[in-house]
Structure formats: C-alpha cells, structure tokens
Write a protein that binds this ligand. Sequence first.
Ligand SMILES: Nc1ncnc2c1ncn2[C@@H]1O[C@H](COP(=O)(O)OP(=O)(O)OP(=O)(O)O)[C@@H](O)[C@H]1O
Ligand SMILES: [Mg+2]
Length: 260
Amino acid sequence: MAEDPAMAGDPVLRLSEAGKGFNGVTVLDGVSLEVPQGQFVALVGPSGAGKSTLLRLVNGMHVPDSGTVRTLGENPAACSRRRLRALRARVGFVFQQFGLVGRLSALENVLMGALATLRLPRYGVMSYPHALRVRAVEHLDRVGMADRRFQRCDTLSGGQQQRVAVARTLLQSPELILADEPVASLDPAASMVVLETLERISAEDGISVVCSLHQIEFALAVADRVVALRGGRLVLDEPAAGLSAERLRGIYGTAGARDD
Ligand SMILES: Nc1ncnc2c1ncn2[C@@H]1O[C@H](COP(=O)(O)OP(=O)(O)OP(=O)(O)O)[C@@H](O)[C@H]1O
Ligand SMILES: [Mg+2]
C-alpha cells in the first residue's frame, strides 16, 4: 500500500534536534531520535514532558520550530496536504480514548479503518467489499476479538475497545504505529493485554511502535527500548533490557514537568 517506501536502511523515524514551543514556551527542546524498523519504543516522562507533542510532530499534526522530522522517509512539515494524507495512511495512531463509534459494531469500526482508501461513504458492514470484511475479521482475530465482532462497541470493556481500535489501525496496514497513552484509562490486567497485543504485532509484522506510557513496569515489560523526556528534553534512551525501574522512576522526580 505504501506509495513511497522509505529507502532501504533508512530509519522509520528520525528526529534531528527537533524543537517545538507554544506561546513562547519551549515544549520540546532539541530532541534527536532514530527508530529503526520493527522496534517497540516506550516513551515515558512526567505529564507535560512533551510526549504527545513529539508524537504529533511525527505524524505532521504539529510542525517543528527548529530541527527536522522525517517519518517513513518523508518530511511531514514540508508535505502538501495530499502527501500528508498519504503519509498518515501509513502511520497508525492509537489514542487513550479509543476513538470508536459506540453505536457501531466492532467489525464496522474496524472496517472504518479502510475509509481513507475507499472513495464512497459506507453504510453498514455489508457495504464493504468482501475481501475487506475477511481481512477485518482476521485483524479482530489477531487481537482476540473476533468472537465479539457483532457487539456494539459501547457495550465492550475499555480493554476490548482498545483492542478493536488496534485492529482498526491494522486494517490500514501501517508501517509505523504511534500510541498516545493507549492504556491510560484501563486497569493493569487490561493494560497488559493491550500492550502485549501491540508488542506481538510489532514483532510479527516488523512494525515500529512508539508508545507513550506512564507505567514504568509496563514500559520495561513490553518495549525494546525506553526513551524518556523531561521538560521537553530527551533525558534517557536505552534498551529496556537491563534498565531498572528505579532509574526510570528517577525521571519522574519533583523536577519533572516543565511548568514554567
Ligand atoms: N496546542 C498547544 N498549545 C499550547 N500549549 C500546548 C499545546 N500542546 C501542548 N502544549 C503544552 O506543551 C507541554 C507538553 O505537552 P504534551 O501534551 O506534549 O505533554 P505530555 O508529555 O504528553 O503530557 P501528558 O503525560 O500529561 O499527556 C504542556 O505544557 C502543554 O500544556
Ligand atoms: Mg500526552
């Protein structure tokens, strides 16, 4: 589906000294980061550290004030609208609030993940091409939700809804998944199921995942690499293996967020 794949060997994501401020206040301060294909990166740091801002730079929702961002070989800040749309179709985004349509079934919500590639609006599951419906059910199966495919999403638990949201993202065939606190509103058990689902998909399909998280233990359990921001600066970037929870907890010290 990718029209313009990143050149072989290119990182999926490259931030070079990327900076961003709002109303004269610096929120991201010269952040450099490269993410190779297939890596699961946990992005941690206190509230206000700049995690969501970083993710928004990556998919072109924000433009950096300084430095550069390259996502899948493209510079989102320099893309035309059409090119940006094409780039975003290659980048899956998973939110804390799931973003599902509650009155629609799990299956129809997943099918909506393909709307960017279908020209006409669709009404009901049967209005989607058969092959797409088959793929949608396969993705629901991968996240353990195939048996719930006809259930309205507003009757699913939070963890189940987030897994449906992941399946919807998968229907996009993303080359990179950005997840902004995908488990912030879930209990620990449901959180782990969602994160392990993302981890498995990342490993099996070679999709890079950048996932912001507050729970240090979860970050260490599922990520290949942990990147920590504090006050808009990258303060730690290490493989998860061998990293201690204590060290990571230190990132969340009293001098955590930049509240100036
Ligand atoms: N559109 C905006 N306009 C003004 N300020 C903004 C905007 N977006 C973010 N900020 C500010 O930038 C800082 C970083 O915000 P960001 O949402 O990136 O933090 P975060 O690390 O994701 O925090 P949290 O863990 O609470 O989600 C905050 O101080 C926030 O108020
Ligand atoms: Mg955030």
